[in-house]
Design a protein around this ligand. Structure first.
Ligand SMILES: Cc1cc2nc3c(=O)[nH]c(=O)nc-3n(C[C@H](O)[C@H](O)[C@H](O)COP(=O)(O)OP(=O)(O)OC[C@H]3O[C@@H](n4cnc5c(N)ncnc54)[C@H](O)[C@@H]3O)c2cc1C
Length: 400
């Protein structure tokens, strides 16, 4: 890698901005290109406790975020449970989040350039990036251009539709203090309502090779109308979301001679929940650390240890989670039911939302809490006032 040119980062979302900040702080010369800079990228904007704890500077964007601690899960058949999460989810406007991260990058010394990179040529000896205002040379290339970009297939094989989700949603004027998740019959995905500081981000996601986007959009609109959300003044959005299968994650290559990919560009999104912000930040950190140390190829191994193992486990159980059955009932119905009936199960759900419960030791935790879950469910069933619509038997949860 030639040292006389800067490291170039394509994309100034969370992944690119954090990678730039860390590299500049380590004394590297960095130039970052983003065609829009800070913008309201289609996103729920939900950041888990795990993410905020690891990156405490995110709390600086407090005014652009909303801490939401109350959650509602709705099963495909319409059963509803509300519960308090131990750690609230921080829901960000992406304009505020990206703005904060890009400001930090500039303060650290990154040259932030508002420009669309139209073409990349070169090899291990150096790269040339073509933008409308000129050509730039770079010694190393970090691709952080998100899920929809020109460059992934220049370095790796194109992403298959089976590895993507489509999303459709609305930024809706108004406020709420309830995070809502509606699971859906026959769709590998869900509807979400994420209340932000000054509006609500509501959307739907489904596998690209499953339900067409127009149908998902209609489903979301019907649901929003039924649940009292007005779309007057709302802004529609749609985007793609990586949702890699196990076999794709098994073969995933995230760096080569003179280049690396981070965040959505590399497909680093939880295939069950769609959480990508944490993985964008974490992959940026791992990549920047390896590049700053002069051992860029180390990024692949560090990512494997820290991120890919977890994402592969999620990919492995994703189909079962959305489409499987336990004792003749869908997994999703069971999850909502157990969340209502058992305090131990609610605690587990709260930890999953916080990101403090990973997939690696999920099975062990389930076995560990099984006796309490069974006892609590039995007690709840015996005490249940069968005919009441909303039962009061659960201390911190309500069930309809
Ligand atoms: C509808 C939806 C809801 C989501 N909700 C959540 C959620 O609640 N929580 C969560 O954790 N994750 C969520 N995600 C995932 C999350 O949005 C992504 O994982 C995250 O934005 C990835 O960050 P990134 O920096 O890798 O990419 P991005 O945020 O996509 O940033 C890429 C940047 O590259 C720039 N760019 C692209 N091409 C070029 C080019 N040629 N030249 C210059 N610049 C370029 C773009 O302008 C953009 O700013 C959601 C995704 C979607 C689609």
């Amino acid at each position: 890698m030639s040292a006389q040119h800067p490291i170039a980062i394509v994309g100034g979302g969370p992944a690119g901005a954090l990678a730039g900040t860390l590299l500049a702080a380590a004394g590297k010369e960095v130039i970052l290109f983003d065609e829009k800079l800070a913008w309201e990228k289609p996103c729920g904007g939900g950041l888990t406790h795990k993410a905020v704890e690891r990156y405490p500077f995110l709390a600086d964007a407090r005014s652009g975020s909303h801490l939401v601690g109350h959650c509602e899960l709705i099963s495909p058949s319409g059963k509803t449970v509300r519960f308090d999460m131990q750690y609230p989810v921080a829901i960000f406007s992406r304009l505020a989040l990206n703005g904060l991260l890009l400001e930090r990058a500039e303060r650290a010394g990154v040259k932030v350039h508002r420009a669309r990179v139209a073409e990349i040529t070169g090899d291990t000896r150096g790269w040339k990036l073509v933008t409308p205002d000129g050509e730039y040379s770079a010694s190393y290339l970090i691709l952080a251009a998100g899920a929809r970009n020109l460059f992934r297939s220049q370095f790796l094989s194109p992403v298959s539709p089976s590895d993507l989700m489509v999303t459709a949603g609305y930024f809706i004027p108004g406020s709420s203090s309830l995070l809502q998740i509606q699971f859906l019959e026959g769709i590998t995905g869900y509807i979400w309502v994420f209340p932000r500081a000054d509006h609500v981000s509501a959307g739907i996601a489904g596998k690209m090779d499953g339900t067409p986007t127009a149908k998902l959009r209609r489903k979301l609109e019907d649901w929003l109308e039924k649940n009292g959300f007005q779309l007057d003044g709302a802004r529609f959005y749609s985007h793609i979301l990586p949702s890699f299968r196990t076999e794709t994650l098994d073969k995933l290559k995230v760096c080569g001679e003179g280049w690396a990919m981070i965040g959505d560009n590399a497909g680093l999104v939880d295939p069950i929940t769609g959480e990508g912000l944490y993985y964008a930040l974490r992959s940026a950190e791992l990549c920047a650390t390896a590049v700053a140390r002069g051992e860029p190829a180390d990024y692949q191994a560090r990512l494997q240890e820290d991120v890919l193992g977890e994402l592969k486990l999620a990919a492995k159980v994703s189909h079962r989670f959305y489409n499987g059955e336990i004792f003749g009932h869908s997994v999703l119905e069971r999850i909502v039911h157990l969340t209502a009936q058992s305090a131990s199960f609610r605690e587990l759900m709260s930890d999953l939302f916080a990101g403090t419960q990973g997939y690696r030791d999920l099975r062990a935790r389930l076995y560990q809490i099984l006796p309490s879950v069974m006892a609590e469910s039995l007690a709840a069933t015996l005490c249940s006032p069968w005919n009441s619509r909303r039962s009061d038997f659960v201390k911190h949860a309500s069930f309809e």
